[in-house]
Write a protein that binds this ligand. Structure first.
Ligand code: UDP
Length: 244
């Protein structure tokens, strides 16, 4: 976390991109965007642009990794070299390996893993453009791709971060707010079940600020959840209409 170098909240209480503290970035979600994957989805959240593709359930190779009582979920979070200002090496970084694990652990509780013993599901996440909060947007879009692949799920997982910039608790931090602000708290949440599947924190908050930030992030997840459901509905309504 770097030293504060600029004002992130102006005298009208607005953020550098003109949002109110409790406002999400503009979000666009689409389901079924890739014809060669079993399930897919695309999200734009502010300047973030992320694709998710799902393959499976399928036989797991090497076979000794298969589990007798549940399937194995494998996730790969990858940032394209052109997704950030300073070219990123295409080789997997420590951060991408960590985020692949974080995304997998946030999604697993939503899936009926026991329905498909000895199989695997692969989730590929490609970050095409990044502007802060990509782990959350990746969870949101991967959850939609799993639903699109017809994987039985307890609920969709929606994710959103909250944090602190200039002593204000704000929702859905973009890159500058993440880097210059004083705390970032990504949350993934299953709204129908009321279960949090990811909670991380970078920075320092008082207990009061922490509670405010968690509640704000959960509120953001609920709003994103409504958009996820709408995106799923839109795909199946358009299929039904094309059949009529
Ligand atoms: N970032 C970057 N280069 C990198 C990795 C990250 O410029 O190699 C930027 C990118 O915009 C990313 C942001 O830093 O969204 C914040 O990264 P962080 O590790 O906090 O994860 P995120 O907030 O994306 O979940």
């Amino acid at each position: 976390m770097s030293q504060k170098t600029e004002t992130l909240i102006d005298k009208n209480g607005l953020r550098i991109d003109g949002r109110r503290p409790d406002e999400l970035r503009p979000i666009k979600v689409e389901v079924g965007v890739l014809s060669n994957a079993d399930g897919s989805a695309y999200i734009e959240q502010g300047k973030n642009k992320i694709l998710a593709a799902v393959y499976g359930p399928k036989e797991l190779h090497p076979k000794h990794l298969a589990l007798p009582d549940r399937m194995v979920l494998r996730c790969r979070y990858h940032m394209a070299p052109f997704s950030v200002q300073e070219r990123k090496s295409p080789a997997p970084s420590r951060r991408e390996i960590e985020l692949s694990k974080v995304v997998r652990e946030a999604l697993e509780p939503a899936i009926f893993m026991e329905y498909y013993p000895r199989t695997a599901i692969d989730v590929f996440i490609e970050v095409l453009q990044a502007d802060g909060g990509t782990r959350c947007a990746s969870i949101t879009v991967a959850s939609l791709a799993l639903a699109d692949a017809g994987i039985p799920m307890r609920d969709l997982v929606a994710a959103c971060s909250a944090g602190k910039v200039d002593d204000t608790i704000v929702l859905d931090l973009m890159d500058t707010e993440d880097k210059v602000g004083s705390a970032d708290l990504p949350v993934a949440y299953m709204p129908n079940l009321g279960v949090v599947t990811l909670l991380q924190m970078d920075g320092i908050l008082t207990l009061e600020e922490f509670e405010k930030a968690v509640n704000l992030a959960i509120d953001g997840c609920k709003r994103i959840y409504a958009m996820q459901k709408e995106a799923l509905r839109a795909k199946y309504v358009s299929i039904k209409e094309s059949e009529e």
